[in-house]
Structure formats: structure tokens, C-alpha cells
Design a protein around this ligand. Structure first.
Ligand code: GAF
Length: 395
């Protein structure tokens, strides 16, 4: 592998405790590892009860939790060299999206679910690039949920922990996210993608055979400040679209139940912007179904074309892309070695996900780094995504 790309480590061994976490561990400490995620297709569909196709990667967050006898919660970010202290009775969101909010938000949810929690020390480290759209926040939340579940012997299922992690993000961090990121982190399986029905929460693991292709992530190295406020606005616009259709048709619960003719008739005349948002989601839910058939047939080219369509929709209809993401997709669009590319995740920065022929990765990376630096005056980071397994205790 070239030095230009940062291999997201090749094979999945038994995960070990990172060296830098070891000084925070004693015999009472629980250590949990929880991964970040990619999403092949199905963007902004989770909170509309559609389908998604994510996979856990082998970049992760690790949390080491040591119980205390008092009610103090003492948190360390090993990577930032920062500490934060509070008590179990003073869990108040900082509204800063700070690293400690993800830990405290989950603790708060455990309390709200009825568990009694004493104080604890927690040390956190992660090798998921922050702000790259690889769900470092969901990884931390899932790691903490899993650790508290073990410590308190709470007996929660993985799905219950996923829901706690999502609620922590919704209520404590303030992002009205769907369930995809937490689900992928908790349920990830090596070399498999998860086809998740976000309505029923039924899921299937599909082996990911990308004959001759690698999943390459080009990281814009930007996260525009609009990201979380605009995310919540999009969610609201989808709900507005649903309520406009509900006024005319019964049995409509979400955009999952809506088709384009309903949007044309009941939403377009009322609100053009809401119409565009809803149209993207309705098309994306359908596109994912067709893309899954492409994967079954091992037709990577057909799958890749759908990724480009998704990007067009996210950029022009859903309007969550940005100049850096559009530049990266435009650059690879006519390259025969790239089957497909699109922005990934919530938008306004982060990564594009690309299916690139094995033998073309180095040359493309070399050229794109130079072109991105020239056009955007920023450094492009590059990762080769490897599909790893989900949240687990590792000591
Ligand atoms: C973010 C959210 F957290 C997810 O729930 C999902 O909506 C995604 O954006 C867009 O598909 O990662």
C-alpha cells in the first residue's frame, strides 16, 4: 500500500487495548471498543423509515470505565489531553458538541431508563478521524452504552443499547439523527454490510464482494458549521412533506409510504423546497433496493452509477453537499477506474466514498491530492476502508 493512503488496517485480529489507554486501567476497569462506519448507499433515509446499507470499519473508539465509590464522573480524552469533571446529579448538556457530551449523554439516558449509577472515571481514545463523517460520535456513544451495560449488569440487548445511544445524541447533543450510525457501530460484522430496514429494524448481513475494487474514502478535511443545524432542518422538512400528503391520503406514516406521484400532487404546489427534499428521499429509498440487486449480481458498475445518482440528489435536491465534496466527485466522475462516488453521511463536509479499481488507487490518490490542494487550498486525506466488526468488550 502506498504511503499516500492510510490503510484502515488490513485483517481483523483480536482487537487489543491501545497502548495509550493502558495507564488508565486497573483490575476493575472495563474496556470497550466500538467502530466507526461507512454507508454504501441510502443517505438521509434512516429517519424517514427507509433502508440503509452501512458497515462498521476497523477504525474505532475505545473507552475504559473504572467505577468509583462517590458520585463524581471524571473524564479524560487521551487524544486531546483534556479532562472534564461533573457528578451523576449534574448532567447538563454543554451545547458545544464536546467530546464529553457523548459520554455524559449516554450516562444520562441510563439514569432516565431507571438505572442507578455511581460515579466513574472514563478514559477515551479513538483512531476514527473526527469530523470526517465516519461517526466517531456514535462509536463513543455505543462504547459507553456497552460499558455501562456490562458494569451495571443491566441486561440490555444490543438494540436497546443502540436506542439509548441514539437518544443521547438526540436529547443531550441535540442532533436529531436517525438510527443508522449507532446500529452499524453496534451490529457491524467483518466483511459484511448491513441492510437495515429503519422502520421494522429488521436487518440482514450481506457479504461485501467488490471484485477488483476497493472502498476509498477521500476526506475533504472540512466540516462546515451548518452541518448539525441544517441536518435538523432537513428532518423537519421531510416531516412537513409527510404532513402535506397525510392531509389527502390515509395510512401515510413517513416518506417510506410516499411515492413521487403523491409528492407531485400534494407537495410540489405547496412548497417547492420541501418537495425537492422529499423527492430525493423517496428516490433514494427506491434506489437502494435496486442497488442491492446490483450487489447480488456482483454488478459493481451498475451499483456505482447509482452512487453518482445519489450524489446528484444530495447536492441538487437535498442540498447537503458543499464545494469540496462536489469537487471530489466531479474529479473522479469520468475516470473509468472509478465505478462510483458520492458524498457520505450527513453532509457539509466529511468524506466521499468511492469504488476504485485496485490497480488505480495509487495513481488516482496522487493526482487527486494535488488537484484538491490546488483548487481548495486544503490537504486531502485518504483512507482505504476495511470492514470490521461491531461493539465489543475487549478485556
Ligand atoms: C448522519 C446521521 F447521524 C445518520 O442518522 C444519517 O441520517 C446520516 O447522517 C445521513 O444518512 O450520519
Amino acid at each position: 500500500m502506498s504511503k499516500l493512503t492510510q490503510e484502515v488496517s488490513a485483517t481483523e485480529k483480536k482487537y487489543s487495548i491501545p497502548e495509550k489507554l493502558k495507564s488508565y486501567i486497573n483490575k476493575e476497569t472495563l474496556v470497550v471498543r466500538s467502530p466507526g462506519r461507512i454507508n454504501l448507499i441510502g443517505e438521509h433515509t434512516d429517519y424517514n423509515e427507509g433502508f440503509v446499507l452501512p458497515a462498521a470499519i476497523d477504525k474505532a473508539a475505545w473507552v475504559a470505565i473504572t467505577p468509583r465509590k462517590d458520585n463524581i464522573i471524571h473524564l479524560f480524552s487521551v487524544d486531546l489531553g483534556e479532562e472534564y469533571e461533573t457528578t451523576t446529579s449534574a448532567l447538563i448538556p454543554s451545547l458545544k458538541h464536546a467530546w464529553y457530551d457523548y459520554i455524559l449523554g449516554v450516562t444520562d439516558q441510563f439514569k432516565k431508563t431507571g438505572f442507578t449509577i455511581n460515579g466513574f472515571d472514563a478514559a477515551l481514545t479513538a483512531d476514527i478521524p473526527i469530523g470526517a463523517g465516519l461517526s466517531s460520535s456514535a462509536a463513543i456513544e455505543c462504547a459507553v452504552a456497552f460499558a455501562l451495560n456490562e458494569w451495571l449488569q443491566a441486561g440490555l440487548t444490543k438494540l436497546e443499547m443502540v436506542k439509548i445511544a441514539q437518544k443521547a445524541e438526540n436529547e443531550y447533543v441535540g442532533l436529531q439523527c436517525g438510527i443508522m450510525d449507532m446500529f452499524a457501530s453496534m451490529f457491524g460484522k467483518q466483511n459484511h454490510v448491513i441492510k437495515l430496514d429503519c422502520r421494522s429494524l429488521e436487518y440482514q448481513y450481506e457479504p461485501l464482494n467488490l471484485d477488483g475494487y476497493k472502498v476509498i474514502l477521500f476526506d475533504t478535511n472540512v466540516k462546515h458549521t451548518l452541518a448539525s443545524s441544517q441536518y435538523n432542518v432537513r428532518r423537519q422538512q421531510c416531516e412537513t412533506g409527510v404532513s402535506l400528503v397525510q392531509q389527502h391520503i390515509s395510512g401515510i406514516n413517513s416518506l417510506r409510504d410516499v411515492d413521487i406521484s403523491m409528492l407531485n400532487k400534494y407537495v410540489q404546489p405547496q412548497n417547492k423546497e420541501v418537495y425537492q427534499r422529499c423527492r430525493f428521499v423517496v428516490e433514494e429509498i427506491e434506489r437502494l433496493q435496486e442497488a442491492c440487486i446490483d450487489l447480488e449480481k456482483n454488478d459493481i458498475e451498475a451499483f456505482g452509477l447509482k452512487m453518482y445518482e445519489t450524489h446528484m440528489g444530495l447536492s441538487n435536491l437535498y442540498e447537503v453537499s458543499c464545494s469540496e465534496l462536489d469537487f471530489l466527485v466531479d474529479y473522479v466522475k469520468n475516470n473509468p477506474a472509478v465505478a462510483g462516488a458520492r458524498m457520505m453521511g450527513g453532509g457539509f463536509g466529511g468524506c466521499t466514498i468511492n469504488l476504485v479499481k485496485n490497480e488505480a488507487v495509487d495513481e488516482l490518490t496522487y493526482q487527486l491530492k494535488a488537484a484538491y490542494a490546488k483548487a481548495m487550498r486544503k490537504e486531502l486525506k485518504v483512507y482505504v476502508a476495511q470492514i470490521g466488526s461491531g461493539t465489543a468488550r475487549i478485556n
